[in-house]
Design a protein around this ligand. Structure first.
Ligand SMILES: *Cc1c(COP(=O)(O)O)cnc(C)c1O
Length: 340
């Protein structure tokens, strides 16, 4: 049995999800008449109390579209130095939006209002790029799945309002934060101009992300999605999986968080574990001693049928998900003890 903890993207559709996909009523989404895509977009917009939504193939695309619509060539995007939009989107902001970043040094990837305020360039200074957007990530992947307090986001929103700047959320794993804080998606819909959420992570869909925002924003994003080749046709088969996920797979994220904490407990006693990041949601990051390279360690884990990823020279990441059960956890514990 291979225990795949490389990412929460590795899940396969469940029986119920497959049935929902199989039964989906579909149409041509480029013509705007796939009823299942329309239903998913309406459902998500309603959940967040936002005007409109756009169903896309990936979270990279929803982030890139949002940045493209909010910014203009030569402008600057404020985000943390650990942000997915900076580290893991192939330089897309330079390519798609001709914009640069101002990277901040947050608390495990989380920014505070003062940092954001200090980072906004004076629009009257012609030397500096004009700040066009502030982007936050919740939960924070590179920070080990930590999440924001809503009150901290409210303060950042206030700064954005004062400076007339839009605020974007990379909420690839937002639902992981919401089940921990018991906040509602509507709390987030009120605070952000745009939100990207992934259906293909903890929610267990094979493909798909949603971009949420105002009607005119989504209209522009839809045009840019087409330009990028992301206009898709009978996408309702995939949207059906999304509807199923929003209805069935949110509350159970708590189980993933509990198992992540269990992994932490297992790691505590092991000789090659130097330090474990706090485990807040479904991501576990730990540090190896300087004598062990993460790349070597990941290869040795694979020999013991455990999948994990290199997250730094001496950092390793595990992510729990809906295909990782208690049975897998027991097997994980047994196998990791064999790694020398
Ligand atoms: C996974 C992820 C994305 C989007 O990833 P895709 O693989 O393109 O769907 C965006 N932001 C964060 C924080 C992520 O973890």
């Amino acid at each position: 049995m291979f225990i795949d903890l490389r990412s929460d993207t590795v899940t396969k559709p469940s029986k119920g999800m497959k049935e929902a996909m199989f039964m989906a009523e579909v149409g041509d989404d480029v013509f705007g008449d796939d009823p299942t895509v329309l239903a998913l977009e309406a459902k998500a917009a309603d959940m967040f109390g936002m005007e409109a939504a756009l169903f896309c193939p990936s979270g990279t695309m929803t982030n890139q579209l949002a940045i493209r619509v909010h910014t203009w060539p030569g402008s600057e995007v404020i985000c943390d130095k650990y942000s997915h939009i900076y580290l893991y989107e192939g330089g897309g902001v330079a390519l798609n939006s001709f914009s640069s970043f101002k990277l901040l040094d947050g608390d495990r990837g989380r920014l505070n209002a003062q940092q954001v305020r200090d980072a906004i360039n004076n629009p009257d200074d012609i030397h500096q790029p004009t700040t066009s957007l502030v982007s936050l990530e919740n939960t924070m992947n590179k920070g080990g799945g930590c999440y924001y307090q809503l009150s901290d986001i409210e303060k950042i929103r206030t700064v954005c309002n004062e400076k007339n700047l839009p605020l974007h959320l990379d909420g690839a794993r937002l639902f992981n934060a919401l089940v921990e804080t018991n906040e509602s998606p509507k709390n987030y819909g009120e605070l952000f101009d745009s939100i990207s959420i992934c259906l293909s992570k903890g929610l267990g869909c094979p493909v798909g992300s949603l971009l949420l925002g105002k009607k005119d924003f989504i209209k522009k994003a839809r045009r840019s999605r087409k330009v990028m080749g992301g206009g898709w046709r009978q996408a309702g088969f995939l949207a059906a999986a999304g509807i199923y996920a929003l209805e069935n797979n949110i509350e159970r994220l708590r189980e993933d968080h509990a198992r992540a904490k269990q992994i932490g407990k297992v790691l505590e006693g092991l000789p090659f574990v130097k330090n474990i990041y706090p485990i807040d949601t479904n991501i576990v990051i730990f540090e190896l001693p300087e004598t062990i390279l993460a790349s070597d360690f990941v290869a040795r884990m694979k020999e013991q049928n455990i999948g994990c990823v290199v997250f730094g020279k001496h950092l390793v990441r595990f992510v729990t998900h809906l295909d990782f059960t208690d049975e897998h956890l027991a097997e994980f514990e047994k196998n990791i003890r064999k790694v020398g």
